[in-house]
Design a binder for this molecule. Structure first.
Ligand code: ZN
Length: 502
């Protein structure tokens, strides 16, 4: 197969001729230093092809053909690094110049071309490299692999406007260091390990006692700063703290704030790169109050930690892969106040678990007037599963059974309301009806949270049960997969009211 492809290439071939060859990604065709460089897919295997001996020819490692005038190179880490040197647009960068940035985590590492195509129509900055440590562990990937996949995706689409790389939900110094060493341009610091949830259940006298353990000078300076004052955010919003409010917020958040300042000083301010620093307090048991948001932001910023975005935990529930659960009117009211605080301090309000939250998108778009960060992750996995249900029903049936058998294990990693008893039996269901399974919220969540177990499932000989088959299927229906992603995330952007390019 690859040989018959090589036969199509000649020494004098022109760019126009190359574009007509099936299997060549025509948007990836670049001419540089007397060589043509492009990506091609033959027999479900993607390669980088360099034609014509020039300066860049020698840099890539690969197998020569066409009497030394062609090189076929694998999409490995070494070649990805060379790629980023030769074509700087394949390296990640900061979102800071872009009012709307959207995280589009790509769990399988093959969805990004579909996401990038949306930038042709809508005006936003895509953060296509976005993974948490949990996701890396569950998919068996590394940050270096996540970045390389993004580099190839960007080159495949010929997308030159920049993309971000978010080390998402990092909690420890070592994790931040690792993400930065691998080229992350954004650090999302998750403070949940430092947030003292037990304070919510404390009696008043216990709160007083705990609070008194804090050094006196620290307490006094906080009291001077927050008590007996109107903290004016704008004409309509001012925030006040009673003594009890302040004590509680100090006890709940002060450790986290101090860690956030430490991370800023140790990693962000020192970095030679332009790093987007996000603080996340969303993965906690309690809704972030307006006072708490203000307190956290104000403390970080007055201590010199420059943050670019902050993710509070909004009221209602943001479960994975399904619409918002909660009172929309209440959400609107609180969202507006959260946004005002972020605007006051000039950082972006960050909305996490944003996949499929269709009912709140109009509010997000309207209230922020197009200034926010939104993270979605994982629905590209559901889109993949949906495509498999359509194209490869037997594989889908196996995955579905496996997901239910392993649901309890998956629930250890994700907090969701899924119920085993709501299992829809598909044994006698027609193949053509299988795609409808993913319209059911319960089923969506089951298939959503079991991704790690599905991808890592091995048989007795240690061979993967599903992973290779899933990749094979998605490679075979590559264009259909991109189209489905385009449509799915496109629905998000439409409801958010993201401005269209010209
Ligand atoms: Zn989050």
């Amino acid at each position: 197969m690859i040989n018959s492809f090589k036969d199509l290439l000649t020494k004098r071939i022109t760019a126009d001729e190359l574009k007509t060859i099936e299997g060549i990604y025509s948007d990836s065709l670049y001419e540089k230093d007397n060589s043509y460089i492009f990506l091609a897919n033959f027999n479900n295997e993607k390669s980088l092809i360099v034609l014509g001996q020039g300066k860049v020819f020698d840099k890539f490692e690969g197998e020569q053909f066409l009497e030394g005038e062609g090189k076929i190179c694998s999409l490995n880490h070494y070649n990805a690094k060379i790629m980023r040197q030769i074509f700087p647009f394949t390296s990640p960068k900061s979102y800071n110049d872009f009012p709307i940035s959207i995280g589009l985590g790509d769990r399988l590492g093959i969805a990004s071309p579909g996401h990038l195509r949306l930038t042709k129509k809508y005006d936003f900055f895509p953060v296509i490299a976005q993974q948490s440590i949990r996701e890396l562990e569950l998919t068996g990937r590394t940050y270096s692999d996540v970045l390389d996949s993004s580099t190839w995706a960007v080159f495949q689409e010929g997308y030159e406007n920049g993309y971000g790389f978010d080390g998402d939900h990092l909690k420890k110094d070592e994790e931040i260091q690792m993400a930065l060493e691998n080229g992350a341009t954004m650090i999302t610091l998750d403070l949940s390990d430092y947030i003292q949830n037990e304070v919510y259940n404390m009696e008043e006298n216990e709160i007083d006692r705990k609070y008194d353990e804090i050094p006196k000078d620290v307490r006094e300076s906080l009291e001077n700063k927050y008590l007996n004052k109107d903290h004016l955010i704008d004409e309509e919003l001012s925030i006040q703290f009673t003594e009890e409010d302040l004590k509680k917020n100090v006890l709940i958040y002060l450790d986290g704030i101090n860690y956030g300042i430490h991370v800023y000083n140790r990693f962000i301010s020192e970095s030679k790169c332009n790093i987007d620093y996000e603080i996340s307090i969303d993965e906690t048991l309690h809704t972030t109050t307006i006072q708490a948001h203000y307190f956290v932001a104000s403390q970080l910023i007055s201590n010199g930690a420059k943050i670019r975005s902050l993710a509070p935990r909004f009221c209602g529930e943001f479960q994975k892969g399904i619409d918002y659960i909660g009172n929309i009117e209440e959400f609107k009211k609180e969202f507006e106040m959260h946004f005002k605080i972020s605007k006051y301090y000039k950082y972006k309000l960050s909305i996490h678990s944003g996949s499929d939250k269709f009912s709140i998108f109009p509010t997000v778009g309207e209230y922020t007037k197009g200034f926010y960060h939104l993270k979605t992750a994982g629905t590209n996995w559901l889109v993949a599963i949906q495509l498999i249900a359509d194209k490869d029903p037997e594989l889908f049936r196996e995955i579905y059974d496996f997901a239910f058998k392993n649901l309890d294990e998956a629930k250890k990693h994700y907090h969701v309301n899924v119920n085993k008893d709501n299992n829809i039996s598909i044994e006698y269901m027609d193949n053509k009806d299988l795609v409808n399974i993913l319209k059911d919220d319960n089923m969506r969540q089951v298939l959503h949270i079991t991704y790690g177990l599905i991808l890592q499932a091995k048989d007795k000989e240690g061979k993967s049960i599903f992973k290779d088959k899933i990749y094979e299927s998605l490679n075979k229906y590559e264009e259909e997969y991109y189209e489905a992603l385009y449509e799915h995330i496109g629905r998000h952007l439409e409801l958010l009211g993201v401005k269209k390019n010209n």
